[in-house]
Design a protein around this ligand. Structure first.
Ligand code: IMO
Ligand code: MG
Length: 421
């Protein structure tokens, strides 16, 4: 069979609405796989009047008969995962039957979370504004070849390996003079590992290869391309490969198996945490977007920084990911605006460019193209022909600029508030 892995990933700084779209698409993909990130993700799913925020569990979990893979590129916190599974179970779903976890997935230790907090505290004003979920320190251990992986929990000398890594962390914490009790969560963490042992622990590359014999797979990205460790606004990024290459390394599949790449973006930009954001608004318009879009973190509750859509950054991430289909989220949040702006170039040192500079923190003046607002409540619209003309013009402009069609328009958080073109 020629089944492919199609990919959904965020093209901005995360929080584009990946959960909703994966949930919608999961009706067509019996298998959904997370390939990177960890519980720093917060993918909100809304259906039948219920809400669920997926963190480590793939957003296909609520679809009948689905298989949900946690790939080797993910970092998994057993305590958080057990809690998330309990929440899923409370909604009538058996997580053990529907989730498979790669043996090569790295584990987040309680001391990783402490180190995350300690590094952030030590960084003062230069802090990343991380989600404090231990993401950076666990990927650091993976790359420096010290990580404990899910497969290790089956080994008789696991406790020894754990102790050795913990000692390493304690030395780092002592150096940072971070006041904490490093053993507080230890027992709970080991209990959570017992829970983990109930799951299908798989060799991801073979598992995915075998599944592809029978069905297409949807790979679900977390975070966004502008937070990619290599290509994002470094150092204000997350610690994983959020762009399409992460699918190959994070699941163990060759590029030839990748099919469509669905790139998700919001009709405006948001960012949580620190780091450059050229189109950020500090005025009433920014506040209005935050209020209407409910732009507060699903994981941390932090207010998100808001600004106009940045097509320069978007064109860059569309290019890098080879996006075949664009999915536009939350345009309905701009329904009431008299004019809607998009940034179409940057002015840097008097020169205009439509390319992203190496250093986004230098003085960038966004150059905007303005559109008349559509001033129509679009939330109830379900057919393309019912969309206001001003909005269709705005979309056409974007498609021309980016060179990729907008295939899906989402006009509200619910599964059904979706127009496919
Ligand atoms: P989803 O999947 C938005 C941000 C953090 C911080 C930076 C590094 O819901 O889109 P980390 O804890 O990863 O070391 O933090 O990345 N960040 C996200 N922002 N959505 C996310 O995930 C994010 N995951 C991490 O705010 O700026
Ligand atoms: Mg989020």
């Amino acid at each position: 069979m020629n089944n492919k892995i199609d990919v959904v990933l965020g093209l901005q700084w995360g929080d584009e609405g990946k959960g909703k779209i994966v949930d919608v698409l999961a009706g067509r993909y019996p298998v959904v796989a997370r390939f990177q990130g960890g519980p720093n993700a917060g993918h909100s799913l809304k259906f039948d009047g219920k809400t669920f925020v997926a963190r480590s569990i793939p957003s296909g979990i609520f679809r009948d008969g689905s298989t949900n893979i946690i790939g080797n590129g993910v970092v998994l916190d057993p305590i958080e995962f057990r809690q998330e599974c309990a929440d899923v179970a409370a909604m009538g779903i058996d997580p053990v039957a529907k989730i498979a976890i790669s043996l090569r997935t790295s584990l987040i230790l309680p001391t990783h979370r402490l180190l995350d907090a300690a590094f952030e505290a030590a960084a003062g004003k230069g802090k990343i504004g991380s989600t404090l979920r231990g993401i950076g320190p666990s990927y650091t251990d993976k790359i420096s070849r010290h990580a404990l992986r899910v497969g290790d929990i089956l080994s008789p000398d696991f406790k020894k390996k754990y102790d050795s890594l913990k000692q390493r962390h304690l030395r780092q914490l002592a150096e940072l003079r971070f006041d904490c009790d490093p053993s507080a969560e230890e027992k709970d963490w080991f209990d959570a590992l017992d829970f983990l042992r109930k799951f299908r622990l798989v060799d991801c590359a073979y598992f995915v290869e075998d599944l592809l014999e029978h069905s297409p797979i949807l790979a679900e990205g977390a975070q966004g391309s502008m937070l990619d460790i290599d290509h994002g606004t470094y150092p204000f990024v997350t610690s994983s490969s959020t762009t399409v290459g992460g699918v190959c390394t994070g699941l163990g599949v060759p590029p030839s198996k990748i099919g469509r790449v669905y790139g998700i973006f919001k009709a405006y930009c948001t960012r949580v945490g620190s780091g450059p954001f050229p189109t950020e608004l500090f005025d009433a318009t920014g506040e209005e977007i935050r209020r209407i879009g409910h732009e507060f973190g699903a994981v941390t509750g932090r207010p998100r920084r808001c600004g106009w859509l940045d097509l320069v950054a978007l064109k860059y991430t569309v290019m890098m990911n080879g996006v075949t289909d664009l999915i536009m989220m939350k345009a309905d949040c701009l329904d009431g605006f008299d004019t809607v702006k998009v940034c179409t170039s940057y002015r840097i040192g008097g020169k205009e460019t439509d390319r992203l500079p190496f250093d986004l923190s230098e003085a960038i003046e966004p150059v905007y193209t303005e559109f008349p607002g559509w001033k129509t409540d679009m939330t109830g619209i379900r057919r393309e022909e019912d969309l206001p003309e001003a909005f269709r013009n705005y979309i056409s402009f974007m498609e021309r600029y980016l060179g990729v069609p907008v295939s899906v328009i989402s006009l509200g958080p619910d599964r059904n508030a979706t127009i496919e073109r």
